[in-house]
Design a protein. Structure first.
Length: 440
């Protein structure tokens, strides 16, 4: 599907026999969603709906939510499944040096496109309709974000994209990363389904000069997206340079602007929690990645206003929610279900409004980005026990149907607009090529 086809006039359709909830203020056990011109025309009880002749999908009592959002992803890692690092990985830095940095150097044009497409299939299979992607491909920088955007548009996903600017390959390479971020953000300025944000790898791969350069070169209204305090080494690096920590360093270099997206925030100075309250960046927690990299966990009590990302671990946001809950239970740091629900639904809704007005809502006039999970509750469901149903009933985010702007992008294992066997076959070839370059 081309982006033009994506935006063409949408046929009306309705989904009925579903439990409908926005997770925030509204739940209807026998619900109907009617869609016209890509937006929600009616969402509510069947008893109050004026039944019409139109293509109708019967959901079999499944749970319908606003399309899910991955607030921090790395589509470039999709072809890495099954690969082992080049050497031992006793700590966080060695994981980057032995795995992710060689991988992002090995990716070429074809690999970028096919890893993004493979990731898109996985997103749609898990009801994800919007994602923020933090991209890296150090041997193919210029034009890389357009390639990722193209893959997202083929699948009908909305995206916020950036390139991980870093000085780990020197100043000249860094300038290229800056250019790629700026050029892409300008290119999609008028695009309702695609946005740019300024990507930075992490404090510890950027000099003060680099930070100041970014602040000076980028438009003031363009926020940054960065790995912030993921590992203790990031905090230690910022302290060595005379800052309280990674958040303070961004602030003092003019980069903690409205809309800033901070991934992780596991290791911060105690004074920086106040900065988060004062400047209100969006903090993205990535519980499965943090556990996998053994870096600790974000202090969810100190940062209740967070959203969820996977950091490339998967495309499954319900599974990520479950991991957040279970890891919190194991360490005795879990919030109550109300706080967890606000983080998963309300905070996500608030953050989405920066880019996609109305997304994350089921109100009439909202974009019809929807996920019907392959889960039909067999016990009473209310707004109050929704978390219990997601965590212990659905348990993962496998979708039965995924819609973007009113278009059925995935339904009962099939992708109407994507040739899955062809993509899988091409992705396999690209993955083999990637392995040869990686292990060289
Ligand atoms: Zn990340």
């Amino acid at each position: 599907m081309t982006s033009e086809e994506n935006r063409e006039h949408q046929e009306p359709l309705c989904i009925r026999d579903v439990v409908v909830t926005d997770g925030r203020s509204f739940l209807c056990a026998d619900g109907v969603v009617e869609i016209t011109d890509g937006t929600i025309r009616y969402c509510g009880p069947r008893s109050e709906w004026n039944e019409k002749e139109m293509p109708t999908y019967y959901g079999g009592g499944r749970l319908l939510l606003p399309g899910l959002t991955n607030m921090h992803h790395h589509l470039y890692s999709a072809l890495a499944t099954g690969m082992t690092p080049l050497g031992p990985t006793p700590n966080f830095l060695s994981i980057l040096e032995q795995m992710w940095w060689p991988l992002d150097e090995a990716l070429g044009e074809e690999g970028i496109y096919l890893s993004a497409l493979a990731g898109v299939l996985d997103c749609l299979r898990h009801g994800v309709t919007t994602l923020v992607d933090h991209h890296a491909s150090m041997s193919f920088v210029r034009g890389s974000l357009s390639i990722v955007a193209n893959a997202l548009e083929c699948g009908g996903l909305k995206g916020v994209l950036c390139f991980e600017a870093s000085e780990r390959h020197g100043w000249e390479a860094f300038l290229e990363h800056v250019e790629e971020n700026l050029e892409f953000a300008a290119q999609v300025l008028e695009d309702p389904g695609m946005h740019g944000i300024f990507g930075m790898h992490a404090n510890f791969t950027l000099s003060d000069e680099g930070l100041r350069f970014i602040a000076q070169e980028k438009p003031e209204s363009l926020p940054v997206h960065i790995h912030c305090g993921e590992d203790f080494s990031d905090l230690a690096y910022c302290r060595e340079k005379g800052y309280a920590g990674p958040v303070d360093r961004l602030l003092r270099n003019g980069l903690l602007v409205p809309g800033t997206l901070l991934a992780h925030c596991v290791h911060l100075d105690h004074t920086e929690y106040e900065l988060l309250e004062e400047y209100r960046p969006v903090v993205v927690t990535n519980p499965e990645s943090n556990a996998n990299n053994r870096v600790g966990a974000m202090d969810r009590q100190k940062i209740p206003r967070h959203v969820f990302g996977t950091d490339g671990m998967s495309c499954d946001m319900v599974q990520t929610l479950r991991s957040q809950f279970l890891l919190g239970q194991a360490s005795g740091t879990s919030e109550d279900f109300g706080a967890l629900q606000r983080a998963f639904f309300d905070n996500r809704y608030d953050a989405l409004q920066m880019w996609f007005p109305g997304a994350g809502s089921l109100a009439p006039g909202s974009p019809a980005d929807l996920a019907v999970l392959d889960y039909a509750p067999s016990t009473p469901i209310t707004l109050e026990n929704l978390m219990g149903h997601l965590l212990f009933g659905a348990r993962c985010g496998r979708a039965w149907m995924t819609l973007g702007d009113g278009k059925v992008l995935y339904h009962e294992g099939k992708f109407p607009y994507l040739d899955e066997p062809e993509i899988r076959s091409e992705a396999l070839k690209a993955a083999e090529f990637l392995r040869r370059r990686f292990y060289g």
